[in-house]
Design a protein around this ligand. Structure first.
Ligand SMILES: [Zn+2]
Length: 86
């Protein structure tokens, strides 16, 4: 009987770890889905109702966008976003 209790307890711990992992993963995913604006001094985020657009892959347009960010030595990545105000 004691052995069974131990097994159940271990199972409980494993399930808890599993649930915590799922919550953590969901949080990370939400952060990716709900990006913030990368422009200097701008903290607009998509969850606050702003429309954020990912940087274009086209070099010329990308450079134009990067100039609006007004950050020194900053380079846009494929995960960089700019809000509609910039
Ligand atoms: Zn912005």
């Amino acid at each position: 009987m004691k052995h069974l209790q131990q097994t159940l307890f271990n199972l409980y711990i494993e399930i808890r770890k599993f649930i915590i992992n799922i919550i953590f993963l969901t949080k990370n995913t939400l952060l990716v889905i709900m990006p913030g604006c990368c422009a200097f001094g701008c903290s607009n985020r998509s969850e606050n109702g702003f429309i954020l657009k990912v940087f274009p892959t086209d070099k010329v347009r990308r450079a134009l966008w990067a100039s609006k960010v007004k950050r020194d030595k900053w380079k846009p990545t494929n995960n960089s976003y700019l809000c509609e105000n910039n």
